[in-house]
Design a binder for this molecule. Structure first.
Ligand SMILES: Nc1ncnc2c1ncn2[C@@H]1O[C@H](COP(=O)(O)OP(=O)(O)OP(=O)(O)O)[C@@H](O)[C@H]1O
Length: 345
């Protein structure tokens, strides 16, 4: 039997972050969520695996492979590897790539060169048309904020490498900013603390586990702890260490404060009438980091406005890209770059 594809399934929304990539297919939802990682041979000549497969291989045979992350802090650091990863994800998510209209979310304020590289990559990966919108726009659409109305909407998206902040109204961006701080900086703060306090080296996965298990933005009411193994920096032997939730809470205060300061800076330059709307309706907090215990209350306290986090905040951007393709006719002012196979649109 011949399967007829819905014309809807042509539209792809791609949220390609420095840590994770999500692909939304119109009519099917988020069909792919994988780490933004590529495994190569040790000479970096051949790509061995991409995404979840690469992560699995890198965990099992780390000495035989090289781990490459083609995006850093939301920006392309290796075009060739990024293109291979993008092509892989697009073709895994859809059988209609050659007819696809792709909408991709990018950090606020990327340069013209970066926009050009990203739209070129989407077309080179096989799509028919490529459009870029900024991450906070996709987040807002994903949570059905009234961005086309005369109301101020504020969105903060905290990913692995970037915090993207946007104030949106009347189908356009009023203020936006992208700061190179995110979940990776929380890991870095924990790593430094463990090195300084216990003089041990620990694996990245251990740091991530400490953050996910003990990470909190509010003073813990009950103590919790995690025991793990590290390598003693003085003699190279393995050493058991225990870290407490209250310690992790203290360590995370500095990077969290830096994130909140970035949001404050944007609020300071937001027109007062839009700020009044934001005070009334609150700030939307998305990105996977928004799942951290107590983060909404922390930001609310620091900023003096209500802050809310949707269900599964790490998927909001991808869902919003799906909304963007449904609302395509109204997206004019939100589209910051586009290209089709004949050239730039
Ligand atoms: N419950 C949680 N608490 C704290 N951090 C979390 C939690 N869940 C995921 N994270 C962190 O979220 C980050 C990944 O977020 P996300 O997938 O939104 O980033 P990304 O879109 O790939 O990055 P970017 O947008 O900066 O390029 C990682 O640093 C991860 O450790």
């Amino acid at each position: 039997m011949i399967r007829l594809f819905s014309s809807l399934e042509r539209d792809l929304g791609i949220d390609m972050g420095s840590v994770n990539t999500h692909v939304y297919v119109q009519g099917r939802g988020v069909v792919l969520s994988e780490p933004s990682v590529v495994a190569t041979d040790t000479k970096q000549e051949f790509i061995v695996a991409v995404g979840a497969d690469a992560e699995r291989l890198l965990l099992r045979t780390p000495d035989m492979l090289e781990e490459l992350r083609p995006l850093k802090d939301g920006f392309i650091v290796d075009y060739r590897v990024m293109l291979t990863m993008l092509r892989h994800f697009m073709h895994k998510a859809s059988r209609l790539v050659s007819r696809a209209r792709v909408i991709m979310a990018v950090p606020c304020g990327i340069t013209d060169v970066e926009k050009r590289a990203m739209t070129d990559a989407i077309i080179q990966a096989g799509a028919r048309e490529a459009y870029l919108i900024e991450t906070p726009v996709a987040s807002a659409l994903g949570c059905k904020l009234p961005v086309f109305e005369a109301q101020g909407n504020m969105v903060v998206d905290i990913g692995g490498g970037t915090t993207d902040i946007g104030v949106l109204s009347l189908g356009g961006k009023v203020v936006a900013s992208s700061a190179r701080i995110g979940g990776n900086d929380l890991n870095e703060a924990i790593l430094q603390y463990i090195k300084e306090c216990f003089a041990v080296m620990v694996a990245e996965e251990t740091i991530e586990a400490i953050k996910l298990e003990l990470g909190t933005a509010k003073m813990p009411e009950e103590e919790a702890e995690l025991t793990f193994t590290g390598r003693d920096m003085s003699n190279g032997l393995t050493k058991r260490i225990m870290v407490r939730k209250t310690e992790v809470y203290q360590v995370l205060q500095d990077p969290l404060k830096r994130m909140a300061d970035e949001v404050k800076r944007v609020m300071e330059v937001t027109p007062p009438e839009l700020l009044a709307d934001i005070m009334e309706h609150g700030v939307l907090l998305t990105g996977a980091v928004a799942d951290m215990d107590g983060l909404a209350d922390y930001f609310s306290h620091e900023l003096g406005v209500p802050v809310w986090v949707p269900q599964q905040p790490g998927f909001t951007v991808a869902v919003g890209l799906g909304k963007a393709s449904q609302e395509f006719e109204r997206m004019d002012r939100f589209i910051i770059a586009s290209k089709n196979r004949k050239g730039r649109a």
